[in-house]
Design a protein around this ligand. Sequence first.
Ligand code: FAD
Ligand code: DHB
Length: 393
Amino acid sequence: RHVKVGIVGAGPAGLLLSHLLHLAGISSIVIEARSRAHIEGRIRAGVLEQGTVDVLRETGVGTRMDAEGLLHHGTILKFAGEARRIDFQDLVGKSVMVYGQHEVVKDLVAARLAAGGEIVFEVADTRIEGIEGSEPKIHYTHEGRARTIACDFVAGCDGFHGISRAAIPADVLRVYERVYPFGWLGILARTPPASEELIYARHDRGFALLSMRSPEISRLYLQCPPDEDVALWPDERIWEELQVRLAGGEGWRLEEGEIVQKGVTAMRSFVAEPMRHGRLFLAGDAAHIVPPTGAKGMNLAVGDVQVLARALEIYYASGRERALEAYSDTCLRRIWAVQRFSWWMTQMLHTFDDASAFDRRRQLAELDYVTTSRAAMTTLAENYVGLPLDRGP
Ligand code: FAD
Ligand code: DHB
């Protein structure tokens, strides 16, 4: 069988692309390695940029987000025992929405299925063929049977560990990478968030982040070694460390509660260029990874597929390929801007084992500057709420 666009991966990138193409009258099919229950329960990112909120709303998948998401007009940076607020609304007139990635995924899956869209879950042996020709194919097995989809274009939305990126010849692909000497231990806990806004805390014992999913559920993170075994972190140790790094000396304590999920994420910066080869287009984590400190991973994926959907729309409406040809450069300019911001937030807020006394004082001076100078606060705010889609900085 033939569809216009074959999409590998039902994460935020693949699902939103399929939804946007449907609204433009372009047929697609999504194939996904995991089950529906798995992707709808996978706890990952939680902060939506204003532009991500806007596209979900404008395309009719924002109802539950608007009802259940938490609108945040600012955020708090904490260091040297002091809490300082960055007011996004005042500085740049925009806000962010705290709403779990898996909720976005649920809303998109529901919308696609309601519109008759096809998502094939639990596929195996995915293979892409013929991207340098005019009718690429996606091969996979489903329920024990070999299947093939022929398409005009393939969208590789299969995340960092997917197979799409490797379909681009090694001598064409350039890879840029930085691996950080730490990871994040993340938990989900049944306890009301101790702050109305997110707290990004720099502490001599390491970074900590207070976030949330609802008025009853907190999402908290601690800097830890990159390959940390979660077994080393019984609940009591996690709460103790969070109290020290987040609350320490402030007169309030975190309300401890049942920890319902625990996991360690390693941190890296990664970009693969170009994001297009022949009829294969990479989008989201398949092409790039950011360290989570700037809350950008899912938002970048959403940005890529908006650019791709528009380019495909222009192609199918007019036959003109210019927008498709510009896809990689258009996305990469913004991706590098976001890479820079994510790296900057990361180096400003984490402790590094090899840091000198000078490095530590410089880090504190940077935090002091970034929370007192209106120019510096504006820099943080405009990046955090999201840079415009059609240009870099
Ligand atoms: P994904 O969401 O990874 O979707 C890719 C999909 O493709 C998956 O469903 C996968 O099962 C499927 N797939 C893979 N291989 C195949 C195949 N061969 N065939 C078919 N399907 C395939 N970002 C933040 O900003 N903050 C965070 O706190 C944060 N936490 C994270 C925690 C973890 C454990 C991970 C992995 C990521 C986290 N991120 C976070 C990053 C953010 O979640 C990603 O940037 C976002 O999911 C990217 O969306 P995507 O659609 O590009 O990729
Ligand atoms: C969350 C994750 C982030 O990486 C971040 O910077 C802020 C919040 C979260 O999961 O809520």
